[in-house]
Design a binder for this molecule. Structure first.
Ligand code: ADP
Length: 401
């Protein structure tokens, strides 16, 4: 077996998948949750259907890794004899800024650089650094580790796409620019699409719509990201579960003033209380919004209309930016499953040469499917994303396997 452990660490969680890269199958997966609070483990072994739910203390990421080693190597969930059977560990890192334009091997220097980027991604990068240090401490010495960055795919954007209209010195001194996120997902689905279409990705212009709790849309020209909807942080772009997406910057200072918010409070307001939740007053989950639409709830209809309209506008903008498009991808929890959102986005897009089979769209969930009809100038596809698999592939490539 050629085993890779993929780790996605947050401030209070450590999600993981153990993959056998010989057949690219998942051997075990789960989440060490509530780190630093109390601690809970959810663990699954897909091959046997074994499921473990257990409260266990996780004061820090170190205890979470120790527990992970325990469940993988002992007891009923055991899938390996020892962690030395694992070829490498691949870590998902949110912010690599301009330092990391590709995946790389973990060294003490790299961990320090990731930690130093915490200023740009306080919620993510410091916990990543903590998890990297914990992993290094708990796993057998010499286990190769690789970091794969959400931002790296977007490092090919030209300055005209990533610069903001703020004084240039703030870019130079404070690194204020668009970075873009979900890069691993956009890279995975655009490559998978090219393969499904039987085309060389170098010849394709793709708009990749990753729609989940967090959503971003990317223009992929010849396999490279040339523009993307998320910005300096994952708050920019289209309406999301609890994030507002783009708003007039003056509305931000105005609302701060009206509510008497500190910058942190304003950030919470835009990141956690806005989006579907804030507009609809119902919740952050697309399913709840779509159900309320069926009940005729006006704010749910508005929320849904806003989402669809904003996605349409990005498709139009990126078609203009790339001088045309060959394909649109829907991915992420909403993109893969919500026929309602896909249908509404693709409606009245004949000008762009988009026409989908509504019946097929209606029944498509989470499966690689071409939705566009014969003769549609632009192909429309559902392409399930798999960031963990791409992280594992990158990891193997870097360690030379
Ligand atoms: P995250 O960004 O946290 O990874 P996901 O990609 O899992 O999130 O997407 C979560 C979103 O997908 C939620 O808004 C959820 O309502 C939506 N979703 C999941 N399944 C369905 C479904 N069957 N129909 C409509 N929306 C769905």
């Amino acid at each position: 077996m050629n085993l890779v452990l993929v780790v996605n660490a947050g401030s209070s969680s450590l999600k993981y998948q153990l993959l056998n890269m010989d057949g690219e199958t998942v051997i075990a997966k789960g989440n060490c949750d509530r780190i630093g609070v109390d601690g809970h483990l959810s663990h699954k072994v897909p091959a046997t259907g074994y499921v473990l739910e257990q409260d266990c203390p996780f004061p820090t990421h170190t205890e979470a890794f120790e527990k992970l080693v325990e469940v993988l190597t002992t007891g009923e969930a055991k899938v390996i004899d020892s962690m030395s059977e694992i070829s490498a560990v691949g870590h998902r890192i949110v912010q690599g800024a301009e330092i990391f334009d590709r995946a790389c091997m973990v060294t003490e220097d790299v961990i320090n650089q990731i930690d130093a980027l915490s200023e740009l991604a306080p919620v993510h990068n410091h916990p990543h650094a903590l998890a990297l240090r914990a992993c290094t401490k708990v796993l057998p010495a010499g286990t190769p580790q690789v970091v794969v960055f959400d931002t790296a795919f977007h490092q090919t954007m030209p300055p005209k796409a990533y610069m903001f209209g703020l004084p240039y010195d703030d870019y130079k001194n404070y690194h204020v620019r668009k970075y873009g996120f979900h890069g691993t997902s956009h890279r995975f689905v655009s490559a998978a699409l090219a393969e499904a279409m039987g085309r060389d990705i170098k010849d394709l212009k793709i708009v990749s719509c990753h729609l989940g709790n967090g959503s971003s849309i990317t223009a992929v020209d010849g396999g490279k990201s040339v523009d993307t909807s998320m910005g300096f942080t994952p708050l920019d772009g289209i309406l999301m579960g609890t994030r507002c997406g783009s708003v007039d910057p003056s509305a931000v200072t105005y609302v701060m003033d009206k509510h008497g918010f500190t910058p942190r409070e304003m950030s919470d307001y835009m990141n956690k209380k806005s989006g579907f939740l804030g507009v609809s007053g119902i919740g952050s989950d697309n399913r709840d919004i779509q159900n309320a639409v069926l009940d005729g709830d006006e704010k749910a209809i508005l929320t849904s209309d806003m989402l669809q309209y904003q996605i349409k506008k990005y498709i139009g903008a990126y078609a203009a930016a790339m001088n045309g498009i060959d394909a649109v991808i829907f991915t992420g929890g909403i993109g893969e499953n919500s026929w309602e959102v896909r249908e509404a986005v693709c409606e009245n897009m004949e000008y762009f040469g988009i026409k989908i089979d509504n019946e097929l769209n209606h029944k498509t969930r989470g499966k690689l499917t071409k939705l566009s009809v014969e003769g549609s100038k632009v192909e429309v596809w559902v392409v399930p994303t798999n960031e963990e698999l791409l992280i594992a592939r990158d990891t193997l490539k870097l360690i030379g396997k």
